[in-house]
Ligand binder design. Structure first.
Ligand code: OSB
Ligand code: MG
Length: 371
């Protein structure tokens, strides 16, 4: 596939409401988009990195730097080959350590461009099994329990099929209890600690057990696979890993150790959709449930995540919420919840395009790297 060049486009989008987690509060989403331009078409990838290294070591500036300096230049020998082989690109990028989010954005842009050339959708390419996926919503830490109950009520009324509460020390048992008591035993409910606890908190985390959570996500530090296994034995709530899983190898280690019984798959965190599918396949073969996480994506990243979330091992609702949960105006046609589901795009590639006037309005900088 002939690629004329790669555009790195940094955008900033105001969030509808501040999003508070145990690692910080986001008011804006500062996102890098990667655009792969060919003589006939173009492909898009969204980088999951955030402004600061709080959720993960990567941040927007490191993604831009490693793409410009190493990842984009590494493509040249592979793009000349016909037919274009995304697996060869995946292998070429593996030579560089880490930087999964930057790799994912570049690989996705190339995969999108390649699939547009052949007319296949990303969902069909990955093995999507359903036309629409049930959606959950991730609710940030709030100032008060009444404010949280109002937020949950609003999302439940919109049709969301599962509620995830962000927790941290000081905001855990009380909000979980309040939501469970108000909405009853049938509400699918889970909690995400974003690595805010230590194994010494096990007795405290066990106080969540009576509330029948679907899972507790990433209670301990991202490099604590052994301690997650010890914690999992002390809780009846299933442990799910997010930050700890960067590759299929990590997933294999976590499953072998018993560190988790559920995995949140985020393509950005694991280096792209090919690796995300490997983790799905591995987890499914081990009877470990997976679900699709989110990183407050625009419509570009959301479209691709919906394709992944349609694979058969994604047996729990994901954080693939509607555009309106994040942004007043998305940069693509908005994703609108239909009876708690979002449709899996069926058009070529990721199946959506940015609306250029809207994209230009939120663009902070662009850089063109010729190939
Ligand atoms: O831990 O899953 C997380 C958002 C940003 C960074 C990390 C996380 C999240 C979310 C929201 O929980 C997911 C979404 O709605 O996109
Ligand atoms: Mg998480």
């Amino acid at each position: 596939m002939k690629i004329t060049g790669i555009e790195l486009r940094r955008i900033t989008m105001p969030l509808i409401a501040p999003f508070r987690t145990s690692f910080g509060t986001e008011h804006h989403r500062d996102t890098l988009l990667v655009r792969a331009v060919t003589p006939d078409t173009e492909g898009w990838g969204e980088c999951a990195a955030m402004t600061a290294p709080l959720y993960s070591p990567e941040y927007t500036e490191t993604a831009i730097d490693v793409l410009r300096r190493y990842l984009v230049p590494a493509l040249s020998p592979h793009l000349a080959q016909a037919p274009f082989d995304i697996n060869a690109v995946n292998r070429a990028l593996r030579r560089y350590r880490g930087h999964q989010m930057a790799k994912s954005a570049l690989e996705t842009a190339l995969l999108d461009a390649g699939l547009r050339t052949t007319g296949q959708s990303l969902g069909s390419y990955l093995g999507a099994a359903v036309p629409a996926v049930p959606c959950g919503v991730s609710i940030g830490i709030m100032d008060s329990v009444p404010a949280l109950l109002d937020a949950v009520d609003d999302y439940v009324n919109q049709g969301y099929r599962r509620i995830k509460l962000k927790i941290e020390p000081g905001w855990d048992v009380a909000p979980v209890r309040a939501v469970r008591e108000r909405f009853g035993p049938d509400l699918l409910l889970q909690a995400d600690a974003n690595a805010a606890y230590t194994l010494a908190d096990a007795p405290h985390l066990a106080k969540l057990d009576p509330f029948d959570l679907l899972l507790i996500e990433q209670p301990l530090a991202d490099d604590d696979l052994v301690q997650h296994a010890q914690l999992a034995r002390r809780l009846s709530t299933p442990v799910c890993l997010d930050e700890s899983i960067h590759s299929a190898e990590h997933a294999a280690a976590a499953i072998t150790l018993g560190s988790c019984s559920i995995i949140n798959i985020k393509p950005g965190r694991v280096g792209g959709y090919l690796e995300a599918r490997r983790i799905h396949d591995l987890a499914r073969a081990h009877g470990v449930a997976v679900w699709c996480g989110g990183m407050l994506e625009t419509g570009i990243g959301r479209a691709a995540n919906l394709a992944l979330a349609a694979l058969p091992g994604f047996t729990l609702p994901g954080d693939t919420s509607a555009s309106s949960r994040y942004y007043t105006t998305d940069i693509t046609a908005p994703f609108v919840l239909q009876d708690g589901y979002l449709p899996v795009p069926t058009g070529p590639g990721i199946g959506v395009e940015p609306i250029m006037e809207l994209l230009d309005e939120v663009t902070v900088s662009t850089e063109w790297i010729p190939l």
